[in-house]
Design a protein around this ligand. Structure first.
Ligand SMILES: Cc1cc2nc3c(=O)[nH]c(=O)nc-3n(C[C@H](O)[C@H](O)[C@H](O)COP(=O)(O)O)c2cc1C
Length: 196
């Protein structure tokens, strides 16, 4: 089984609809560790040693967060700046993360159509996530297609539950090594593997 580390970042969880639902849905999943970054580090003073230890003891690192300003909440950037040290995560002697996988699990206010070349946001979600994709590549990790939820403000209670179930299915398939690299070929979002 693969060990999953959920690097969770929501600055105001008490006001969250979708991430509160996703977290609740995967609370009891086997082999999933939830690391709530804003809860651990409300002043953004990240414990680098603790974070590196967590990375070493997991196989799949998932950054779960709302999409803010076409990227992530600030703590994730701070986390990358401090935790992924030269000659530890990358560089000629930096092999600590080699062979592990990285993924984003995000929610956005914008619709899927808005994230197309002719839509308001002009670029796709996958294009906006390029810094994560390339960071994974630099660290010799595999970057997996993201789990994405669109148009969050319009979601009904039933849709929230449905997304919670989808997320649970994705995490348990990843933990049980049920996806092969072939499965990821040609798909935009990992959601597609559990909704076909
Ligand atoms: C500071 C801020 C920035 C945001 N930036 C974006 C954005 O760039 N693109 C987008 O589609 N939605 C954006 N949103 C909407 C959020 O992504 C959306 O409210 C969130 O995913 C809902 O998740 P929650 O219910 O867990 O809070 C932004 C929201 C806030 C508060």
């Amino acid at each position: 089984m693969a060990r999953i580390l959920l690097q969770f970042a929501h600055p105001i969880l008490s006001k969250s609809r979708i991430h509160a639902t996703l977290l609740q849905a995967c609370l009891n999943l086997k082999n999933v560790t939830i690391n709530d970054l804003y809860e651990q580090y409300p002043d953004l003073y990240i414990n680098v040693e603790r974070e590196q230890r967590l990375l070493l003891s997991h196989d799949i690192i998932i950054f779960q967060h709302p999409f803010y300003w076409y990227s992530s909440p600030a703590i994730i950037k701070q986390w990358f700046d401090l935790v992924l040290e030269h000659n530890w995560a990358y560089g000629s002697r930096g092999n600590a993360l080699a062979g592990k996988s990285m993924m984003n699990a995000i929610s956005c206010g914008g619709s899927r159509q808005a994230y197309t070349p002719t839509g308001t946001n002009r670029f796709t979600i996958n294009q906006f996530l390029a810094p994560f994709d390339q960071t994974a590549h630099l660290c010799k990790m595999t970057y997996l297609p993201p789990f994405v939820i669109h148009a969050t403000h319009r979601l009904t209670a039933d849709e929230l539950t449905e997304y919670g179930n989808q997320y649970c299915s994705v995490l348990s398939a990843l933990a049980n090594d049920r996806f092969t690299p072939d499965n990821f070929e040609g798909i935009q979002y990992i959601n597609e593997l559990v909704t076909r």
